[in-house]
Each structure stands twice: as structure tokens, then as C-alpha cells.
Design a binder for this molecule. Sequence first.
Ligand code: ZN
Length: 508
Amino acid sequence: MKQSMVARVLVGAVILPAAAGLLAPTQARAQERTAREVLESAAEAMGGLERLRSLDNVVYTGWGQYVYQSGGGFVTGDPNAPPKWQAAHDAQRSVDLRNRRALLQDRRSLLFPLASPVGHSWNRSSTLQTGAAMLDHPLPAVLAALDASTTLGPVRAEDGLEVVEFTIADGNTLWIGIDGVTHLPYWVRSIGPSATLGDLATTTYFTGYLPYDDVWLPVGLMSRFDWRDTIAMMFQVDAYRVNVDDLPAFPGPRAGGGPRGGGPPAITVTEVADGVWDLRTAGGNGGPVMEFEDRLVMFEAYGGEAETLARIDAANGLVPGKAVAAVIVSHHHFDHSGGLRAAVSRGLTVISHRGNRGIFEEMVARPAPNYPDALARNPRRLDFVPVDERLVLEDGTMRVEVLHAVGHAHMANAVVAWLPAQRIFVEGDFTTWNWDWHWWGGALLDTAERYGLDPETNIPVHGRITSFEEAAATIDEQVERARAFCAANVEASVFFPGCPVQYSRDSR
Ligand SMILES: [Zn+2]
């Protein structure tokens, strides 16, 4: 099939740069071994194929961290911006080899402040994993690669490894890299779809093999994306148990069908002023569309392809003969830029802070041959208009000022929109009426004051339209609640990130 051939070209050209002309003796020898021989030598190194195949299950425990928003949620989109992590404690992964499923249980909390206790609860979550999702570990991966239902691909050499391509029964293709000397698996690679990054390859590395009941297993697990070499996950195993007789209860298949379906999301359109409409999904996320003489300009490409295309389509039905020509993107965070690729596929100009140009160019340039999205089907270049401090969009009917936001430690390269005639302030992540906590509350009034604005109405990306005064008053309450949360933590000798809360508006 054409699609999988493209996948191999991608892997050959981009992900697995072959050492052409530099074949070392071991690499030349590697090419003489079949995929099955390579995999069988890996099984032998791990304790023997018969031993591995006799195992019912393996359970490991430990702790680790996951990168926030695939690396798209840091304070800026610069490759050297400090990363944000989510801790995973009290973790246990039960790999049920007999029934080809795994259960990942852990307690997660963001290691930085966010608006709601949900992200910081430490509640135990359980995730059922099947297919490729459970193969980021050498034991299930080697067994799956050697399964009768698996199709083995070519063997290639890479950095002293023998890399075997294999396609499992559900059609997913993966790669496993086997150390040329120890024959232990060094990594497993898979490719999945990303709304912001197109096809995203994840490579999970296995280090520190130790014997557990004569089965050699790694205590170091770490994943990287093929975008900026971002560390996606790091996990330290503190114990393996083999063939336990008290596996946890596995949940049944998820009810309600697959992750997608049901057609495009419904959009609620609210007229806010002459030539200004708010277009929002049922989840409460969205933003306004502003009418100019010959075109429309939308605020935010939020969520993902479906949400953004639905908002563009709804906007294009508002005024006969006028279509959305540009989108203002408040900041780069991957929820707020989730529809960036979709917006570019429709030919929209992207207006945002200059500091977001680099990451947006990377996002738009990435291919998606395996999981084609709107941009892969209709490739276009990024047409970017940078904002430094203030950019004015104006014609005879509409004036919109795009302003660099200040005082916002959640996102430094952010813009807001200001409609002076309508006295409307438009923002992403400055307010939401139903947030529990606020850690960057000063940004709303600091930004309005810096530019001498006197807003009457606030249109947020998250939530609902309120008066500007109600938005500011709600922030006061959210700051107070965050301070109470900090105080309760200090009582328990827990020093939470973001505490004590800094708020420039205490004396208001
Ligand atoms: Zn947000």
C-alpha cells in the first residue's frame, strides 16, 4: 500500500539516518542475519525464548515523570525554555502477557501550578493498554515481534544496533533496536498521530538490565519524541515481579466506541457586537470572529483539527461573501495551537507574538504520511505575521489591536486582542470564571493598564463572556483560594510549586 511505503521512506530518511558508506564489520555482519535470528538472539539474552514464552505476566513498580503537553506547554516555545513535568508516583504496570494487555496505574500530579485541583490530586488512575501501546517495554515487544501473527520487515544497522521492523496483527508497524554486542533490546520505536506535530515517533530506551527470576529486564525506561529530541517520559523501575498470582482487575473494553466519530463538533454562535461574534464548542472553548470590509479574522485555533475547522466553517457562514482569512493565536501551548495545522491547511494567515514563529514553523513543517491530517492532505507553508508590542488590524469597518501580554508567568510570548470601539478584551488563559485557583491573576489588569485600555467586556478562550469587572473580581477570589491551598500545604510541610502566590493587584 502506498501509505506504508511512505512510512518507510519517512523512517529511512528522517528517523533512521542510515550510515551510508560507513559500514563497520559488525554492521555488515548484521545485514546477514535475518530479523528472526536477531530477535531470537535478543530473547536468548533476556533469558531464553522458551522461558520468556512461558511467562504469564510481569509486574513492575516505580516512579517517573512525563513531559507536559508533549513539550508544547512550556513558558515559551523556545527549544531552550525550561520544561514542565508531571510526576507519576506509586506507579505499577501489570503486563498480562497471556492475554496481551497491560494495566498502567499511577498517581500523577503536575510539578507546576495549574488552575484546578484535578491536575494535582494524586488520585490513582488506571489505563488499559493493548496493541502497540503496551510494546514500549522489551519483554512484550520481543514476544510480540516473534509472534506468529507478526510480519517481520528488514533488518538495518544503526549506531551499533540491529534494528528490526515488525508489523503486529492490528497493522501497526514498530521498530526494535537490538544491541550488537549484548543482544539486549536497547529501544522500541512507534509512530502515532499528533494534532500539533503531525506524525510523531516515540522511541523508548531500555537501560540497566538486571535479572529477575532469570529474566533480564531493564530498570531504566525513557522515551523521546522525534521532535527536538524531547524527553517524553522517564521512569525508574524499583522492582519487577514475575508470574504473580494477584494481578489487579483489568477493566473491560471502553464503552461508547472509539475516540472519534459523530461528525464535526457543534458550534454555538453568539453575536456580541456589530461585526463581532463568539464561536464556541460545547466544551466552552473558542473565541470571537471579527468582521472587516473584505474578510473575517478569528481568535484562536483551539483544541484540534475538528474544533478549528468547525469554527472556521461556522464563521464562513456568518456574512455572505466573507471568509476567515487570518487567525490570531494567543500563545503556543498545544491546546491553544491544536488547530494551527488545520488553520494553515485552509490558507489562514497566523498572527501571534514574534517569539512563537519558530515553534509554529516547526509544527507546520512536520509531515504526516502515516496519519494524514488536513495539512498533510493540503500542504501549505506558514504565513506568519509577527507581533512585537502592538499590531493594528484596521479598515473602514473594524479596528483590532493585537497586544503583547505582560505579567503572565504561564506564557511569556502571549498576545491579547483589543477592540477599542466595542471595548472588548479578548484573551486566552487570563481568566475562566470556573477556575478554582489563579496563579497569574495580575496579568489581566497589568496588560489593560500597560496599554491604557478601559474594557467593558471580556471574551476568554475558556469559559464564557462576562463583564471585564466580573472577570477581575473572579480572579481576586481565585487568588484567595490558591493562597488558602498554599497555606494548607505549608501546614503539612508541603511546599507546592507556585506558592506563595504572587499577585500584583493586592492593593487594588
Ligand atoms: Zn488554556
